[in-house]
Each structure stands twice: as C-alpha cells, then as structure tokens.
Unconditional design. Structure first.
Lengths: 534, 315
C-alpha cells in the first residue's frame, strides 16, 4: 500500500507542479499576469460581489410579444382581405388570437386559403425530427368565422428568436463603445442576464434596457380629439404626448402613413438651431425613399414622431425631406439625447424587456469583501495548521503540507477553468480547509487504533490508509451530492459557493489521501519507524 | 520525535451512547416539535430572495441615525421599511417589501430612496428581486433541499442497507428542522445564502454519519456475535476522537470566517456553526441509535442475504 511506482510518483509530482504554475498568476503583480496571459495562465475571475458591478436579469415580455404579433397579424389580414376583395365584418382581437367574420358564404373558401398563408410556419427546433413544422398560429374555420389562435410551440420559438435578437441589441446598448467587459447571456427559456463589472450606477444602464425603442413617423389623422375619453376613428390610434400626458393625439396606423424607424443607419445627440438638445438621425436608402415619399405627398400636414407609443413631437412638414436625415426634438436633456441615440442606433427590441432581478455591489464593498475574505482565510488556515500539529505532531505537519497543496490545487482549478470566485466561494475555501483535514484525521486515528491493537508500526500505517479509503470516499461522495445539487439552484454568489465547494471536495480526495500517503511513504522509507508517532 | 501530540480524547474512552441516546431522542423530539410549532406560528423571517423586494446597504458620512432614516424611507410609501445597523455604526441595511404592480414597479424604489437620502449617502449594494424570480427561487430552494436529501437517501441505501439510509435521512431532517426552528426563533433573515449553508450542513452531517456507519458495518462483519446495541456503542466510541477532532477543525475555520469574514457572510457562517454543532450531535445520538429501532428487520434481512454465520451467531 505504501509503495509507489516510478510512474505514480512522477504523476503526483507533475500534478502538484502544474497546479503551482497554474495558480501562480493569482499572487503575481499585474505586470507579470499580463505576461503569462498569452500562455493561458490567468488569475481567478472575480464575481461581481468582489469586483463591484451590476447584475441585471431581463425577461422577454411574453404578453407584449403576443400583442405585437397580433397587431401585425391584424394588419396583414386586413390587406390580404382587401387585396382579395373579400368582404368581412370586424376583426376581433382576443388574448389568445384573432377572429374575423367573412360576410358572404361564397367567399369563405377563398378567404380561408388566403388567410392560411398568414399562419407563419416557424422552426420548432426539430424536437421531433423530420417534418413537424409548427406554425405561430393555428387557423380554424367555424362557419363563416376564421379564427387564429396562438400555438404555444410557435410562441416559444418566437421567444427564442426574440431572445437571440435582444442579446445583440442589449450588447450594443450597454456597451456602445465596446470598452466595458460586459457579459450578456441567455438564461433559461426567456431570460437574459447582463453582467457589467465595474459599473456603479445601474440607473443609467437600466434606462437603456427597459425601453423598446420602437421609433415610427406617423401622419396625424384628419380628425383630432376635442375632449377626454373619445374613441379614435378606424385606422387611427390614440397616443399620449411625452411632455404632457394629459394631451392625446390621433395618429394614422395604416402602413401607407407610417415610416418605420428600423431603417435608421445612424443617430447622434446634437443641438438644433435654437440650441435645444435633439437627436439627429439618418435613414438608410430604403428608409430615405419612404420618408421622402411620405413627406413629399403630405407637405403642410403635421406628423408625429412616436417612440415607444409616446409622441415625442408633432411638427408640420414644411417641405419634402429627401436627404434621408432629420431630427427628433421633444424637450430633452443632453443626457437623454445621448442615451436615446445609443438606443436608436441599437435598433428596436423585438419585445419589451422587463427587469426581474437586479443586484448591484459598489466597488468599496467589493474590495472590503476581498480583504475580509482574505483575512478570514489566512486566520482560518493558521488555526487549522496549528491545531493539526498539536494533535498529530509530525503527521500533522504532513497533513498540513497536503492542506497547502489542496488550496493551491483548488485555486489552480478555479483559475484554469475560469470559474468565478465569489465571496461565498471564499467561504467555501475556508470551509474546505476545515473539512479537508478530516480525511487525514480519519487515517491517523485509524493508524493509531491499529497500532494500539498490536500491529507493527509499518503494518499499522499501511492498514490505516487501506481501511480509511472507503470511509473517505463515501463521506466525500455524499458531501458532493449536496454540493452538486446546490449548483443547480440560485444565481451568482451561491453558485460561486457551490463551484468552489465541489472543486474543494475533489481536490481534497486527491491531496488528503494520495499526497499524504506519498509523503508518509517517503518518510517511512527514510526513517524506518519502529513506532507510530501519534 | 521529541514532541508528543496531545490526545484530546483519552484512549479507550467509552461513553454509554446507547443509554444516553434515549435522552437524546426525547430531547431531539422536543426540539423538533418546538421547531415545527415555531415555524407554523412564528414563521421564518424570509428575505427578499424569496419574497421579493429591495434590500440595500448604505454607508452614511457619520454614525447613522437609524430612527431618522426609518422616517425618511417610510415616508416614501413603500410600506414597512426595515432598517438596521450592518456591521458598523455608519453602515445600515435597508429592506423594503415588494411593491404592488409586478416586476416593473420594483424598479422605482431604488431611485426614490436614493433621492430621499440625498447625496451624502454611499450605496454599497442594492438588490432588487421581482415577485416572479423570488417565487421561483423559493421553489428551487425547497426542491434543492429535497433533491439533496433524496439523493443521499439513495446513495446510502445503495452503499449500505435501507435502515442506514433511513437513519441518515432522519438525522438530516432533524438537523434541517432544528436549524429552521432556530431561524424562526432568532428572526435572522432567511435567504439564498442560508439555503447554501443548509445544504452544506446536510453534506457535513452526513459525512459524520457515514463515517460511523462505515465502522458499524465493519464491526458487524468482524464481531458477528456482539449484540447490535453494544456494537453500535462500540463503533461510535471508536470513531469518537475523529468526530470531535473534525468538528473542531471545521469549527476553527468557521469561527475565523465568522469573526473576520465580514458582515455579508455572517448569516451564512452563523448557520454553518449551528449546523456543525447540531450535525455532530445528531450523527452520534440520532443516526446510529435509530438503527436499533429498525434493527430487527435488519437481522431478518441478514439471515436471508448472508445466510452464513450471521443467523447462527445471533442469540
């Protein structure tokens, strides 16, 4: 049991050496860290709770997405039926879809065929292998009524699309200059987690995330409301002014009277002639043409600049705007125009994003936590080391060497795989120190027992290791179960604890058993003990 | 070696564990019952992780006037604000309940509190958890504890016999229950960190238990004629020095963490310290003595499975 083959010895020493090298960047000054980085050697990634920063969890608003898809469908249905010269009476929106009644029975077949084309097949992710394509809507014919109902699978696929799209847009919004080390990832089915290390003020970031930034230019309706609570005429929509929420205006909703802001190529915060902050924008060619046509055909009429269903301003078209650029005014502050410009450049989100969780840690608390964690680790280590020497003497020193290697390996694994170290992660390391020596305690107590039962020193030492192995394995494996389960729960910091704990358990089994056994075997070979010094 | 290690537990110490375990059962039963009553009638002081809301830690320029802060924050109309000192007289923890109006509405709280407290106050950390996420976290946490205990049940069952698994799980439930009871009693905030601590305790307590079980199994093969009560007694006493020493080293690390690890970790560390104490106790006085209660079934099973000397040796 105490014999190690040449290869085994080599393996152990190699593992220890590699660990030391990989863990090294964590204690080097920044200058040397940068030198080692090209070789894949880097210090541990610190979590936001240690570094300071903002962590925001966003969720795609499912209802908002449905609402938009419904709006779009209604528009498409209208134009389809109009083009097919099919009479219909009323398009009804329900929470789960849209229904339309065809006036003449003889039109029903044609209407159904035409309308079915709007069902929008989606890629359902190929869950069922070949051929099963889901549609966004299930189309059903009941008498003279054609009903479109949302297909849950179709919606899920749209959500997935929206998430991927939103991630790109969010990236542009939180990090327009690409200078921050932002992490933006999908979490679960419909969520996006945004992590911004070093950012202190979450307010600014949030103001860019929680607006959809859907920009449109829409002509105003002929009729305008004269009092409160009036219903707009068909193909008109009632919207509120940004500056005065009490004032509403009716804007035309037809696509002929609308230019979509999705065709913007650029947007900047600037000032107009009277030195008021405005956002200047420029259309791409397609947008410029549409905008030019709209303004040419409607000189003298007012139009509304609408952002996220709020009218920013409603200027009169004095002359055709053919150059494809313009300004948005609306009594902004300079900060607002800059932020708005970033948001407009990034494009509109496919659906509203709701902030469902936010955790921000200031840099001063972060560095306090690092200090506290470091102090606690050192003091904990010293206490355990002293105790082990008092309790086990020479063997205690062996255990302490193994413990130090354990910590080095733990840090090496965390660094190498880029696992994030959080404050609870530090707690896990400290805990690992306390619990790692357990394996040594089991072994040493066993040796002592065997020796007192009359075995020779050599035999007692061997049996100690041999009998203790099953116990060490079982006890660590059960701890591992709990730690792995913990990994599945919760966010950020707690995950950090779970990772460090799992890694700690794994390195413990290697160092406390194998490394200690190796050290003891070297000592036995050298000292040829007649008694067990325990 | 001139230096002689100190024996903390004298050799051949024999505690009459089985005799003491009768009091242990009574004592633990009482505590468990009290915990259930506390949980039902007093309840946990659930943190924002599980019920939603806002929690922030702020640092004021001079020693904070808690009463004044309470007034300032309460006047904002977000409901009952909880305000307490957080580690030093200048550091204050502010907890606000979840406001009506879903996830979006939570966002308004931070800005308003910042405005109300003015520029002299440093916001060291802010956490806002919406109602949706918090209910998910609560659900996941309960599931996690259940899964962990379930996983352990199966592992111990697989490695030992079902009586051992039952004993282990019973003592784990005992640990979790009493920890929760103490949380109800002391009104300490129950959050995700505490769940992490509880799961770690589950792992730790089990670690202790498995070490004893291993020894019992070993002695069952070795001393086939010994009666079960004596055998369990002997096993627990054999590993007793190890149980105590490991608890001491773990405790040393935890105490260092509690004293120097900062305010943020204090809840976690406190729970762990509590858990190590309860876990050590339960692995000695609950997990193994329970085997006696289930023992008759085991000896029957043994006669079936290992129909060799085992059956004949039993008196």
């Amino acid at each position: 049991m105490l014999h190690f083959s040449k290869w085994k010895q080599f393996g152990i020493l190699l593992a220890v050496l590699i660990s030391i090298i990989v863990a090294l960047p964590n204690v080097l000054p920044a200058k040397y860290q940068d030198m080692l980085r090209p070789y894949g050697l880097k210090p541990m990634t610190l979590g936001l709770d240690l570094q300071g920063g903002v962590n925001i969890l966003l969720e795609i608003d499912r209802d908002d997405l449905k609402k938009r898809l419904t709006e779009q469908l209604v528009g498409d249905m209208r134009s389809t039926l109009r083009e097919g010269k099919i009479g219909y009476s009323g398009i009804n929106r329900a929470p789960d879809g849209v229904r339309v009644r065809i006036t003449k029975p003889e039109d029903v077949d044609k209407a159904e065929t035409e309308l079915r084309k709007l069902a929008q097949p989606v890629d359902a992710g190929g869950l069922f292998g070949g051929g099963t394509t889901a549609s966004l809507f299930d189309v059903k014919l009941e008498g003279q009524q054609v009903s479109f109902t949302f297909n849950e699978q179709g919606i899920d696929s749209k959500i997935q699309q929206a998430v991927s799209q939103s991630i790109k847009i969010v990236e542009k919004r939180v990090n327009p200059d690409g200078v921050v080390e932002a992490t933006i990832q999908q979490q679960g089915k419909d969520r996006i987690v945004v992590q911004l290390p070093g950012v202190q003020d979450s307010q600014e970031v949030k103001s860019r995330l929680d607006r959809t930034a859907k920009l449109t230019f829409q002509l105003l309706c002929e009729a305008q409301p004269t009092g409160q609570g009036q219903n707009p005429p068909p193909e008109c929509k009632s919207l509120v002014m940004k500056d005065d929420p009490a004032q509403t205006m009716w804007v035309q909703t037809s696509s002929r009277a609308t230019v979509d802001g999705a065709d913007l190529t650029d947007a900047r915060g600037s000032f107009d002639q009277s030195n008021q902050p405005v956002v200047s924008f420029r259309f791409n060619q397609k947008g410029a043409e549409r905008f030019g046509k709209l303004t040419r055909d409607n000189v003298g009429k007012p139009f509304a600049i609408v952002l996220d269903d709020l009218i920013m301003s409603a200027p009169r078209i004095n002359e055709p705007i053919l150059g494809g650029s313009g300004q948005i005014s609306g009594s902004f502050t300079v900060e607002e125009t800059n932020s708005l410009a970033v948001v407009l450049r990034s494009g509109a989100l496919p659906a509203k994003l709701t902030i469902v969780e936010e955790r921000t840690v200031g840099p001063s608390l972060g560095s306090d936590s690092i200090k506290a964690g470091f102090n606690a680790s050192i003091i904990g280590l010293v206490l355990v080391v002293i105790f082990m020497i008092i309790a086990y003497g020479l063997f205690g020193i062996f255990a302490n060497i193994a413990l130090l290697l354990n910590l080095i390996m733990l840090i090496a694994v965390m660094s190498f795989f880029g696992f994030t170290m959080t404050l609870p992660g530090i707690a896990a390391i400290v805990l690992t120190m306390g619990m790692a020596v357990d394996s040594n305690v089991i072994i040493f107590e066993r040796m002592r027992e065997e020796w007192r039962n009359g075995r020779s020193a050599m035999s007692a030492i061997e049996t100690g290791f041999k009998s203790a192995f099953a116990t060490i394995f079982d006890s660590n494996f059960t701890a591992l179960i709990a730690a792995v389960v913990l990994f599945g729960v919760g966010s950020g910091p707690v995950k950090g604890f779970a990772i460090a704990h799992v890694v700690g358990i794994l390195t413990t089994v290697f160092t406390a058993y194998t490394v200690t056994r190796y050290i003891v075997s070297l000592w036995v070979g050298w000292a040829k003990p007649k008694e067990v010094p325990l | 070696m001139k230096f002689k290690p100190i024996r903390f537990i004298p050799d051949d110490t024999r505690f009459p564990i089985m005799r003491l375990s009768r009091f242990g059962f009574f004592f633990s039963g009482l505590l468990s019952l009290a915990s259930v009553l506390l949980f039902v009638f007093v309840g946990l002081n659930v943190g924002v992780d599980f019920k939603g809301g806002t929690v922030m830690t702020v640092r004021t320029a001079d020693a904070a006037n808690i009463e004044q802060l309470r007034e300032q924050v309460s006047s904002l109309g977000f409901g009952q604000a909880e305000i307490q000192e957080f580690g030093s007289p200048r550091d204050v923890l502010i907890r606000l309940p979840a406001v009506e109006g879903g996830d979006e509405a939570q966002q308004t709280t931070i800005a308003k509190v910042k405005e109300a407290l003015g520029p002299g106050v440093e916001f060291r950390s802010v956490e806002v958890v919406g109602p949706k996420v918090s209910s998910e976290l609560a659900e996941q946490s309960i599931l996690a504890v259940v899964f962990a205990i379930g996983g352990i049940l199966f592992y111990v069952w697989f490695r030992f016999e079902w009586q051992f698994a039952a004993g282990a799980v019973l003592s784990l439930l005992h640990d979790v229950l009493i920890t929760i009871g103490i949380f109800c009693l002391l009104r300490i905030e129950f959050n995700l960190q505490i769940i992490a601590a509880i799961l770690t305790i589950v792992g730790y307590s089990l670690n202790d238990t498995v070490v004893v079980f291993d020894r019992i199994r070993e002695y069952m093969r070795k001393y086939k004629s010994m009666n079960l009560a004596d055998l369990i007694d002997f096993s627990i006493n054999s590993v007793f020095p190890r149980t105590i020493l490991t608890s001491v080293t773990t405790m040393l690390a935890l105490v260092a963490l509690y004293a120097f690890g900062g305010e943020v970790l204090r809840g976690f560390t406190f729970t762990m310290i509590l858990g190590v104490l309860i876990g050590t106790y339960s692995s000695i006085f609950i997990a193994s003595p329970v085997l006696i209660l289930l023992g008759t079934v085991m000896s029957e099973k043994k006669t079936v499975t290992e129909a060799k000397a085992a059956a004949a040796a039993r008196p």
